[in-house]
Structure formats: C-alpha cells, structure tokens
Design a protein around this ligand. Structure first.
Ligand code: COA
Length: 174
C-alpha cells in the first residue's frame, strides 16, 4: 500500500464535538445517520473509534469507524481456520466508511479505506486478531470492498473479511 497522500487542504483527525456531522451526505442514509447520531457517542463509550476528514476543521467530508469484535470460526472458510481454535476468534471490524457526495469519485474512499487498514494493522501489533471483517450495506458497497481484496464469508454474501496475513502484505508490501 502506498503512503496515503490526502488531497491538498484535507485533514484527517479523530472525530470531535466541534466537527459538523449534520451536513454529511454520502447517498446512504444509514451511513449518514451513524455519523450524525452514533459515532461520537460510541467513541466516548470506548466502543469504536471514528476518524473524520475535513477541509476546514469543521465540516466532515469523509469518515470511517473501526472497532473490535469476535467472529465465529464456522463463518470463515475451512482453509482459513484449519489451524485455529474452534471457537470465537478476535477480529477487527470496519463498521462504517463514507465519503460526502461532493467528494466522491476523487479517490477519497480508497484513501480512507487505506487509512482504516493502516490503523487496523497498527492495532494488530498490540491486540492481535485474525481478520478485518465488515458487513456491506449494499451491492455497491460490497463491490467497493471486493475491489480492494475483501472476500465473502461462505454463505454470507454481504459479510466480508480480509485475513490479517493479507492486511500485513497490503500494508507492508509498499
Ligand atoms: C463507496 C464509497 C466510500 C466510495 O468512495 P469514493 O471516494 O467515491 O471512491 P474512490 O474514488 O476512492 O474509488 C476508489 C476505487 O474504488 C472503485 N469504486 C468506488 N466505488 C465503487 C463501487 N461501488 N464498486 C466498485 N468499485 C468502486 C473506483 O472505481 C476506484 O477504482 P480505480 O482506482 O481502480 O478506478 C462512496 O461511494 C460512499 O461513501 N458511498 C456511500 C456509503 C457507502 O456505501 N459506504 C460503504 C459502506 S459503510
């Protein structure tokens, strides 16, 4: 993965109270609603972490939320879990990611995903997990993540995963 270069003027930082979350429109109401209503509260409760990108330090034009979860070994392909314990396995979860319509199709989604995966990789050095998982909310969102190497869990076409070995290769592979 190449080092992330943000478009000129954009700054990524942890979501804070001063960020304007209400004007954000990604085209998916669930993605907008999470940012508006839940993201900051969940961060304050240590349930998830959200990073927001702004041009002016206030109005959010993109964001992602990551956290930790557990995944049942039976939901992952046999080849992947063969040597793992047969119970719940630790996983990072990419809960949400969105780009404001005014910024879509300019490479911001790819950069935000890259940044989320870098954060996951850094976290995995301290709190190991077997995969990054996510639930795609639409066919378009599933296609976006498939484009970047996420695979479907068997029998769960909208539940996607990226093995940590692949995450490491992506992040450290340059
Ligand atoms: C999905 C989303 C984040 C993409 O953001 P974006 O800034 O428009 O995407 P980018 O410009 O960075 O695109 C990067 C690459 O992904 C591809 N891509 C973007 N959207 C895609 C889609 N729906 N399906 C397949 N590929 C897609 C682009 O073609 C591009 O590939 P290329 O570099 O090989 O040409 C954005 O459309 C969005 O916020 N959608 C609504 C919210 C949502 O669905 N979020 C995801 C689930 S929480």
């Amino acid at each position: 993965m190449k080092p992330i270069e943000w478009p000129s003027g954009l700054v990524l930082e942890s979501l804070a109270k001063r960020h304007d979350r209400k004007a954000f429109r990604s085209g998916e109401t669930a993605v907008d609603g999470w940012l508006k209503t839940n993201a900051l509260q969940n961060q304050q409760k240590n349930l998830s972490a959200t990073k927001a990108i702004t041009a002016d330090g206030v109005r959010v034009v993109g964001y992602y939320t990551i956290g930790m979860t557990q995944v049942d070994f039976g939901d992952l392909p046999e080849s992947f879990v063969r040597k793992l314990r047969k119970r719940l396995l630790p996983a990072a979860v990419l809960d949400w990611l969105g780009v404001d319509e005014s910024w879509q199709k300019k490479g911001l989604g790819e950069r935000l995903l890259g940044s989320a995966l870098l954060d996951c990789r850094q976290g995995s050095r301290v709190f190991p997990f077997v995969a990054v998982i996510l639930d795609a909310i639409s066919d378009a969102s599933r296609a976006f993540y498939r484009h970047f190497g996420f695979d479907e869990m068997p029998g769960h076409p909208y539940r996607l995963y990226l093995p940590t070995s692949q995450l490491e290769a992506m992040v450290e592979g340059g």
